[in-house]
Write a protein of this length. Structure first.
Length: 280
């Protein structure tokens, strides 16, 4: 089921003990802020526990729903491509190396929970409250004030994502940010994260890339890819939403046996025993 929206920007807030929608996708983008409550957010076969103060990003490619454990008050900030196109004249030219649409589609920002520390946590809450309050009296989609509030949310997301990706915010952030975003978005396509492919995409030497990566991220590229891919596979195994065959297909393994051997070599245990071990 795809939910549709025709307004460039809409705000929806409600509290419920049972989420009213089954697993679904959208024709639009959604930022979902949790004012209060807790439970599990199911997105793209991943299960992530949620609590008060969390923020989630949903794009048209995503499927999701919430399994509510404690009555939850949600705020849905819903927008489509035309919202940013219509307000292009208000957008700072150098706001971010990635556009709002790129940020919303970044799979790494869905695989990892966004952790907002102070003062970002309080700024996030107040910004969402400002948007909700304005929506009570005026049409949000036409408001420059609300547009800048929405841009500030993307600024917070960029700052937080830089922290959990271990990227230092500096004059060199642009290149590093682009590189790590490319890797995370293509982790499911082995041919696109080979050094030759990355070197070609970023127009750098293959021999230079390894030294550059280690200097900037303090770990070898090979180990980074192995650790990140393994973490994603572990999460899918424990979530129990996908078969080993489905996980193998998602990550570009030749078959189920290939993934099982890969996992066992690194973890010293096969996937089924690993899941059993962590569910006892």
């Amino acid at each position: 089921m795809k939910r549709k929206q025709f307004e460039p920007l809409e705000i929806d807030t409600f509290e419920t003990a049972v989420f009213p929608f089954p697993k679904h996708s959208h024709t639009y983008y959604e930022m979902i802020y949790i004012f209060k409550g807790c439970g599990n957010h199911h997105i793209n076969q991943i299960v992530i526990p949620y609590k008060t103060g969390d923020l989630y990003l949903i794009s048209p490619e995503d499927e999701h729903f919430f399994d509510i454990k404690k009555s939850t008050r949600f705020c849905f900030i819903k927008f489509n491509d035309s919202y940013f196109q219509n307000n292009r004249h208000l957008s700072p030219d150098n706001f971010s190396p990635a556009s709002p649409m790129d940020i919303m589609r970044n799979s790494s920002l869905k695989e990892e929970k966004l952790i907002f520390d102070e003062p970002c946590k309080t700024i996030l809450k107040r910004t969402v409250e400002n948007i909700v309050e304005y929506n009570k009296f005026n049409k949000v989609s036409d408001s420059p004030i609300i547009f800048f509030q929405v841009l500030s949310l993307f600024g917070l997301i960029r700052e937080v994502s830089a922290k959990f990706l271990n990227i230092k915010v500096s004059h060199d952030t642009l290149k590093k940010d682009d590189l790590i975003s490319y890797i995370h978005q293509n982790i499911y396509k082995p041919e696109l994260i080979r050094i030759a492919a990355i070197a070609k995409n970023f127009n750098i030497s293959e021999t230079y890339f390894g030294a550059y990566f280690k200097r900037n991220f303090e770990v070898s590229y090979r180990k980074y890819i192995t650790d990140y891919k393994l973490k994603l596979i572990e999460r899918r195994i424990l979530a129990g939403q996908m078969t080993i065959k489905q996980i193998a297909f998602e990550f570009g393994f030749t078959d189920e046996s290939h993934l099982t051997n890969y996992f066992k070599k690194l973890m010293k245990i096969n996937p089924s025993d690993y899941k059993l071990q962590h569910t006892l």
